[in-house]
Design a protein around this ligand. Sequence first.
Ligand code: AHM
Ligand code: MG
Length: 358
Amino acid sequence: MPDSGWKDFETLESYIAKEQRMHPHSRGVFSNLLRRIGVASKVVTSKVQKAGLVDVLGMQGTQNVQGETQAKLDVLANDIMKATFRWMPSIAGMASEEDDEMIPVARKTSVDDDDHYIILFDPLDGSSNIDANVSVGTIFSIHRAISDTKGLKSDEPCILGDFLQPGYKQEAAGYVIYGSSTMLVYTTGHGVHGFTLDPEIGEYILSHENIIIPDRCKCFSANEANYNKWDAPSKQFADYVRFGSEERYQKLSSRYIGSFVADFHRNLLYGGVFMYPADEATGKGKLRLLYECAPIAMLAEQAGGLASTGRERILDIQPSDLHERVPIIVGNRREVELYEKMVAEHDAAVEKEVRTRN
Ligand code: AHM
Ligand code: MG
């Protein structure tokens, strides 16, 4: 028989099923959630790809809770995500970067209390770039609902505490990047796996198994126009990697898209570091802890990297507000640790100065 040249491949479906078989007690609830993310992202992909063809470009005219004008596709992607998860028996609540409050989802009696999850998402991160055809993404984070479910009424299926959990408790996290191709990248705490959407068959195909950030610092990604607003250690770090003489940084390039998913995804594959430090005047970062930083931090750590505010590991932060913003540096472990060291030295010097003054 002549060889047909056919090569079997792993789809998101088969991969999830395989992972589920490795956990014999699993009831498949969680796997279904991941599958639904795949489905939702295909719908968003189709809308993003038609953005120039239908009347979805431009601003919606409304503002989200952060006071930013929402692009129409933000609103559409948010609706698609909510519609996808609202009916799922295992979902007790959702929270979206685009909505002020958490969204409780009525509990279904058919599901064990232990099988309730909450999902948080940024439906279309980087959407301010979309009119220029720049890559955008959907970021998601899944936690087990921790509230005493038996004590809650069906019209109170979750409480704020279910959402305000530190990142290290995430059950899964990931993103979908809508770029030259659509890719879904996720982790359940067992490595980072990437699937590329084959538009001809409409399936996600395993293209990047067990992604590990290469141990080289090829890319430095930050909005360098904000340099004068950064604090001293952030400036020191940026200067060190950009202009320093260390061999490791001789081939470094500045690479900044201004779309977190796209910037992180590139650095994950090529090696590098992304930072969005605090504005020194306000002490606040721009990116949101629950919708952006915590899920990306889980992926970074699973890929051998690190994510930090400079003073605290992102995954250790106890959130106090759904829409909390934090400073972040994420990427190669070596660079994040170098930044943390510079911050610690800076803080120690400031403390010493204060002590000698008093
Ligand atoms: P968004 O969630 O409103 O899209 O904002 C987040 C985006 C990130 O994707 C990106 O890293 C950052 O904002 C870029 O900010 P800036 O334009 O200040 O550089
Ligand atoms: Mg965002």
